[in-house]
Design a protein around this ligand. Sequence first.
Ligand code: CMC
Length: 392
Amino acid sequence: MDVFTYDPGFTSTGSCESAITFIDGDKGELLYRGYPIDQLAEKSHYLEVCYLLLYGELPTAAQMEDFESRVTHHTMLHEQMKNFYSGFRRDAHPMAVVCGVVGAMSAFYHDSTDISDPWQREVATIRLIAKLPTIVAWAFKYSVGQPMVYPRNDLDYASNFLHMCFAVPAEPYEVNPILARAMDRIFTLHADHEQNASTSTVRLAGSSGANPFACIAAGVACLWGPAHGGANQACLEMLREIGSVDRIPEYVNRAKDKNDPFRLMGFGHRVYKNFDPRAKVMQQTAKEVLDLLGVADNPLLQVAQELERIALEDPYFKEKKLYPNVDFYSGIILEAMGFPTELFTPIFALARTVGWISQWKEMLEEPVQKIGRPRQLYTGATYRDYTDVEKR
Ligand code: CMC
């Protein structure tokens, strides 16, 4: 009989070697290729972070220019993909649309699906990073019944995304640089997070030799759940439901009640047993954005700040080391920018695509490839003979 370790939820299983992202959950530290996330959020920008995650080092100016021009060359979607969108219901969740469209990329870009060819792998990588903003923005436009806005390659990555989401042909639209900076920071903070559920899904799909677009679609599907990327939508909905500061104790008590399935969304993490360093940057960014928009007295922000204060002082949350995570403040920023809650998780998917593809690339560059294949503890019936239907 095979011997293996039973580890439901993979709480103590290392699935791979990786040199991309490091988390020290006790210290609340997150490093991309050795660089701390707060320094990258402050001093770098998303496309530079993409380069760092993909190739291991910060780019020189010439390398950055080349990378940026390769990405912007691929921002358009195949024109026929617009027809593909119109097959969805207008009221479909944009995450369903994004999952479908990313999966369909292997039908539109099959010249970059041969994973044995390093050049095709690189083209698929660039295509995914370049096209995800267009895919997500078009899912948004489709849901609100507005015409799709084509990418503008004279804009930086985050500004172009805001342009595709909020510009309408009838009116002039100028991207606010402070909002673009906040958007870029949200992308940077979500870019990678080592072997979380969706990244492990991408690796598992990739281990079978599936093409990169299929693997990333699998990652998008996994991210959707409220315990993972869907928490940003769930968190904002929770803050709205709480509604006012005086109702917070009721919800905190519910979160502590073991007979109530309710959890404080945006709280807790499998790895962080200290402040999620991304949440700290996100909190600061939320203040900046709300100040800029003149909505610093936003009731949701007040509820969030007070909820954070009460929960951090509560013995239950202290004992279980439950701190606010990245999703706690991101929804407030995105809502203030004008995004509907349904778009929060697609935006997370857009930003995480570089992490998924970096991990997929790293896996395929390993000298030995092995299909991922966990075992199980069988709990079903032992051997028994088939019973004919008339005897059952
Ligand atoms: N509210 C109340 N209690 C909680 C919470 C919460 N948000 N999170 C964990 N707990 C309790 C849980 O009930 C359990 O208690 P006990 O030991 O008495 O059974 C204990 O803390 C450990 O929880 P767990 O579910 O065993 O921990 P996990 O590592 O399996 O789950 C988690 C981590 C993130 C799924 C969980 O903390 C959670 O559901 N949080 C809310 C959803 C959320 O914010 N998710 C976003 C995560 S960050 C972004 C991302 O990576 O996608």
